[in-house]
Design a protein around this ligand. Structure first.
Ligand SMILES: [Fe+2]
Length: 562
């Protein structure tokens, strides 16, 4: 059996020991132990701590650090006087920390840092190779050894062989499902300290419940955000919590229920708002726009059903998942709830960790819907962009070409996958603002007049305003709006210069010009790649970004175009 690291609290100050002890006890993977300095030697004979915390007892520190049996144990000295740092160092303390009772967070992080790390082993059991791949790539291989299994039988074998610290376990797997795997592993007391997190697309409450019943530590529903998974793993190993953006509104007239839910849910990193009746709940909902609402049924002023109806009656709130807490889980009560628009019922008494999983499930469904809507929206815009290209047989593949070149430049600049995806999309829609320009100007087979050129110049701003109503496209709006700016500030529409032009817009600018120069027009033939590049290189630093042009040249070389 692996043991939790023991931390000796030997400060001889009851209040300091007490504060640190209760802080460390919140992390269930640590065992703090208060030891009086006079009993230190006896305590060291009984157990070997992973860390000793002292106050300004420099002599004791020095003695421990010079003794063969204790010299390798890290010692942290808490100072009341920061000027004594030198003495602490002289006593060979590994670290010292100025003790301020109100600033315990920093001390906690330092303690965690001082504890021995050791590489942790994580087993990823999932039958879908792509899921396995995504998870493995998200995990820090510097910190963890990763083992993979692609079915339940293999998972059990590898767990028994490698004794991982954590198993990320899918449920629907061939040969043996995740629930059976977890049950089998947890039955053996030898393995009871292996942490298991289910990572599953199964979102039914009874399956989640079953997962916890067979001994899971946590449950994550697919699709999940990688930060969420990483945070859960951090929570398992270090007690650190990832701060989340999502807000949960809890409405209950019982202060006990409110504080229980508040503590349990905020401990998972959610922002939690509370209200004590439906009326106050509605006010908070309007103001805070929570991502999820959990409400009691019987409350003064406005009960849970009335509150839910009020939420469903408002355009700005009607989509928010509404969870009802009830102690009267009857069919009649359920029917009333469903009529009012309740998404699901949670029966009292409840366990907070299961409520957290249900919250995660609703948020993951919301994300799925958001993603689907985004995909539909993007597909429509891409279709629109294609239609625009089709208006002019000369520019038929322009948007796609700009997108392709831009992606290659972005890759060469080592942008993140997310940024590359944004660039890809920006390339497709960069000229969407031309949609409102009449054929007579857009397709004019000759140079444009000054006035016509002014009309054309409106397209980046028009494009940005076409895309602005779609919330998920917000990050790419600046790329569209500024793709005709120039490094020397002589571009349009705003005359931005240098780094003030977003990198995405500078990338699109390079790809756009190259494709335009090499495309045949009714009044001139397209330039060869080498000719186009020669023109562009001459304008490096004036029209084009010095960072984006060299990668474009590299790309063309690789493609054998120059
Ligand atoms: Fe453009």
């Amino acid at each position: 059996m692996k043991k939790n690291p023991i931390v000796f609290l030997a400060t001889d100050h009851t209040s300091i020991n007490g504060r640190i002890e209760s802080m460390l006890k919140k992390n269930k993977w640590l065992d703090p132990l208060v030891v009086a300095t006079v009993d230190l030697d006896a305590a060291l004979e009984k157990s070997r701590p992973a860390l000793i915390i002292l106050t300004e007892n420099f002599d004791i520190c020095k003695r421990l650090k010079t003794s063969e049996s204790s010299k390798d144990i890290p010692i942290l000295i808490l100072l009341f006087d920061a000027d004594l740092e030198k003495e602490a160092r002289h006593a060979q303390a590994d670290r010292c920390w100025e003790y301020v009772p109100t600033e315990l967070d920093g001390l906690y992080n330092l303690i965690i840092q001082l504890l021995p790390k050791g590489r942790k082993k994580i087993l990823v059991a999932d039958d879908e190779e792509i899921v396995q791949d995504v998870i493995c790539r998200a995990l820090d291989t510097e910190k963890y050894d990763i083992i993979k299994a692609c079915n339940g039988v293999e998972a059990v074998e590898k767990i028994l062989e490698y004794k991982p610290d954590l198993v990320l376990l899918d449920i629907n797997m061939p040969e043996k499902n995740g629930i059976e795997v977890c049950q089998e592993i947890k039955q053996d007391p030898e393995n009871s300290d292996i942490h298991i997190i289910f990572v599953s697309a199964r979102t039914e409450e009874n399956v989640i419940e079953k997962g916890f019943d067979v001994g899971a530590d946590d449950y994550l529903t697919k699709p999940f955000r990688l930060e969420e998974l990483v945070s859960k793993i951090d929570l398992v190993f270090s007690g650190m919590i990832w701060e989340r953006k999502e807000k949960v509104l809890i409405v209950d007239d019982s202060s006990i229920v409110r504080s229980m839910l508040y503590n349990g849910i905020s401990q998972q990193g959610f922002k939690v708002i509370t209200a004590c009746d439906g009326e106050e709940g509605l006010k908070e909902a309007i103001e805070e726009k929570p991502d999820i609402i959990i409400s009691d049924v019987e409350m003064p002023k406005m009960n849970g059903y009335e509150f839910c109806k009020a939420v469903r009656g408002r355009d700005d709130l009607k989509e928010i998942p509404f969870l009802m807490l009830t102690s009267r889980d009857t069919r009649g009560a359920r029917a009333l709830g469903i009529r009012a628009g309740v998404n699901t019922y949670l029966s009292k008494p409840f366990q907070v960790d299961r409520i957290v999983v249900i919250i995660e499930r609703f948020l993951s469904e919301k994300r799925k819907k958001f993603e689907q809507e985004r995909e539909v929206m993007i597909a429509s815009i891409a279709a629109l962009a294609k239609a625009l290209d089709e208006r002019d047989r000369y520019t038929r593949y322009h948007s796609q070409n700009v997108s392709d070149y831009s992606v290659e430049i972005a890759k060469k600049l080592n942008l993140s996958n997310n940024e590359i995806e944004q660039i890809r999309l920006s390339g497709i829609v960069h000229d969407i603002g031309k949609i409102g320009i009449c054929d007579a100007i857009l397709l004019k087979p000759g140079p444009l007049t000054q006035e016509e050129f002014l009309v054309i110049q409106e397209h980046p701003v028009k494009g940005a305003s076409i895309l602005r109503p779609i919330p998920s496209l917000k990050p790419i709006i600046p790329f569209i709006q500024y793709h005709h700016e120039r490094i020397d500030g002589r571009g349009y529409p705003s005359g931005l210069a240098g780094d003030n032009i977003p990198l995405g817009a500078r990338i699109i600018g390079v790809a756009d010009t190259y494709d335009a120069l090499t495309t045949d027009r009714p009044y001139r033939k397209g330039k060869t790649p080498a000719e186009a590049l020669e023109i562009m290189v001459k304008c490096k630093g004036s029209q084009f970004c010095e960072v984006c042009l060299p990668p474009m040249i590299e790309v063309l070389k690789e493609q054998g175009k120059i």
